[in-house]
Design a binder for this molecule. Sequence first.
Ligand code: NAD
Length: 293
Amino acid sequence: MAARIIDGKAIAAELRAAVGAETRRLAAERGLVPGLAVVLVGDNPASKAYVGSKSRAVVEAGMRPLDHHLPADTSEDALIALVRKLNADPAVHGILVQLPLPPQIDASRIIASVDPDKDVDGFHPLNAGRLASGLPGLAPCTPLGCIKLAKTVHASLAGLEAIVIGRSNIVGKPLAQLLLAENATVTIAHSRTRDLPALCRRADLLFAAIGRPEMVRGDWIKPGAAVIDVGINRVADGGKSRIVGDVCFAEAVTVAGAITPVPGGVGPMTIACLLVNTLRAACAQAGLAAPGV
Ligand code: NAD
């Protein structure tokens, strides 16, 4: 039997609508309008497209977009000076510096310069530490989206065997921490892992965040497992190109119990979770209870 397709686009739209409703309530009752500063350095076309869709989502949710576009030759010091200004601005509740940055800028220094309470990307080492320690903080958006998608399949992830393929700071590691917080039993696999197919076959939940087109095959998947594919890979297809995930969808869909498509799975959840983080950051900075989304 074919797997249920997890419709990330529809789930993300519902989440964005819920964030919008909560945001409008906050504005009406408290006069608080969450502000998100998105900083783009240079003209990378993919980054420009991401920043454009983030700003549109921010406006749609009733939040205030505060976009900054700097030239590609911006110095590290100039970017840090802007981040410090945004850290000090009470109208700014969230700060996102779009990655990748031009080569003259050390991304880790920029990430560390963002006020952890405004770090809606959840990349600051303090937020990574809070997540690993089980303390409240801001967690990265893509892993948050993955958890929300997994929870549409299993209301509780407690006791489930999960495998996360990939150990990046942006996806794999924080995702593993979020799964631990949900009481899943977590294996983190990576480029040096031995016999990955055998490890995958044990997993009730399989998360692929590798960046290798269709690497996870159908016979790696435990029958009935939930498969969440984070990968975004552009591959040549005749004279054109198309986007595929890290999982071979055509094979996996015949074995899995539920699976995310690429595109239309994890991708749309990332922006929706950015809105959630911005709303949470605004509430925390205003001394209000965490929103119910
Ligand atoms: P990364 O390159 O930083 O990390 C890739 C990880 O895969 C590494 O930890 C590496 O150890 C592991 N890996 C590489 N080859 C492997 C192999 N043969 N076997 C097992 N593990 C292997 O990438 P990332 O930033 O974590 O992103 C991963 C993928 O997710 C990419 O395709 C990226 O485009 C996509 N992504 C999607 C979203 C989204 O919103 N949907 C967000 C971030 C990243």
